[in-house]
Design a protein around this ligand. Structure first.
Ligand SMILES: [Zn+2]
Length: 104
């Protein structure tokens, strides 16, 4: 199941179930060389994407990682016009609240 279209299907399902399909499509892909992290949300001023590592030991962990990065994406959509967005894109209380909400 390590295909980019599988990742997209996870994104689409989370978007439908928890965000009423309000999240615009984002590039999401498997990438072998993303360093120490299992997954990474990457952004520039006007665009963003999600890189997922290849070393997940279970489907469950993979799905949780995608959900985690989707919350960062949600934050980016909300805060990207703020001058101090880097500070907002963190594991804030708001991040934790949203993450718990979509993990039911
Ligand atoms: Zn994170």
């Amino acid at each position: 199941m390590k295909t980019d279209s599988y990742l997209k299907s996870i994104f689409d399902e989370v978007n439908r179930k928890h965000f009423r399909n309000k999240l615009p499509p984002i590039r999401i892909r498997f990438k072998p060389d993303i360093g120490a992290a299992d997954a990474r949300f990457v952004y520039e001023r006007k665009r963003s994407w999600i890189n997922i590592g290849l070393w997940f030991t279970s489907e469950h962990r993979l799905i949780n990682a995608v959900k985690h990065e989707i919350v960062h994406y949600w934050q980016w959509l909300k805060y990207r016009t703020y001058p101090k967005m880097d500070m907002m894109l963190n594991h804030t209380q708001e991040f934790k609240t949203i993450y718990e909400r979509i993990n039911v």
